[in-house]
Design a protein around this ligand. Structure first.
Ligand code: OAD
Length: 243
């Protein structure tokens, strides 16, 4: 992190804040060893997420899409929350008016103890029946390809929001309400290119919140936030929380 960064200011703002919202992306889990989507290590057999995480890709070749998710499940199953996930869980304990919005499907925030959260893109450990739509937890690693619903025997799909699909109404409503009423909004480890989450920082800013970005790189958020802290999430986020 560069000297003279706004770290001290952000610590003060967080300590004084009533309402706190944290938005996270793949960068917070990168420090646990989970590949990001737009980094080169996230590529599987040279497919991009946008090639596989779509209803069209699943309709055309469900085996291929399940093989990709099986690869991701095998990888994520070996990973543990890092100091940044733990610091976010600590913020929840310190701030009664707190909401975490994560785009990550890896479940690492829950594993770290976060409970007030919307997993707006779903959870890789949940599956949904394409027939009866029942949603159940499934932690099989490897998962049987192609997995079938035990109730109606239709094909199961990952309970993940794919490109071209809408977020759950309840997640959108809760996230929107939290963003509009918070004093401080932390945007951690997201490239800020996938909507609607890419628009969340602007919602908080326009509603009057102090908005902070923590990222390794410059993103579309960097020019609109009040403070941009460049560094690894696992190094920076724990420094923001008062012991
Ligand atoms: P991306 O892979 O697009 O972006 C990861 C961001 O994290 C980048 O801006 C990196 O600079 C930053 N980063 C990487 N390592 C970091 C570290 N150690 N500390 C801090 N920042 C770091 O991931 P997302 O923004 O989460 O959707 O992608 C958004 C959505 O696109 C995902 O949820 C996924 C994807 O397609 C679905 O699967 C539906």
């Amino acid at each position: 992190m560069a000297p003279g960064s706004g770290l001290g200011l952000v610590r003060e703002k967080l300590a004084a804040a009533q309402g706190v919202v944290v938005l996270t992306g793949a960068g917070i889990s990168a420090d646990s060893g989970v590949p990001t989507f737009r980094g080169t290590d996230g590529l599987w057999r040279n497919f991009r997420a946008e090639d596989l995480a779509t209803p069209g890709a699943f309709a055309q070749d469900p085996r291929l899409v399940w093989e990709w998710y099986n690869w991701r499940r095998e990888l994520i199953a070996t990973k543990r929350p890092n100091a940044a996930h733990e610091a976010v869980a600590e913020m929840e304990r310190q701030h009664p008016q707190f909401w975490l919005i994560t785009q990550n499907v890896d479940g690492l925030h829950r594993a770290a103890g976060s409970r007030k959260l919307s997993e707006i893109h779903g959870n890789i450990w949940m599956v949904r029946c394409t027939g009866c739509r029942r949603v159940v937890e499934n932690r099989d690693v490897p998962i049987q390809i192609l997995p079938k619903c035990t109730a109606c025997h239709s094909l199961l799909r990952p309970h993940i929001v794919w490109f071209g699909e809408s977020l759950a109404e309840e997640d959108l409503r809760r996230s929107d309400a939290a963003l509009r009423s918070c004093d401080l909004c932390l945007i951690i480890g997201t490239s800020g290119v996938v909507y609607p989450a890419a628009g969340f920082a602007s919602i908080a800013k326009e509603a009057g919140a102090f908005v902070v970005e923590i990222n390794l790189d410059v993103t579309p958020h960097t020019s609109l936030v009040d403070v941009s802290l460049q560094g690894r999430a696992k190094d920076v986020v724990p420094l923001l929380v008062c012991a």
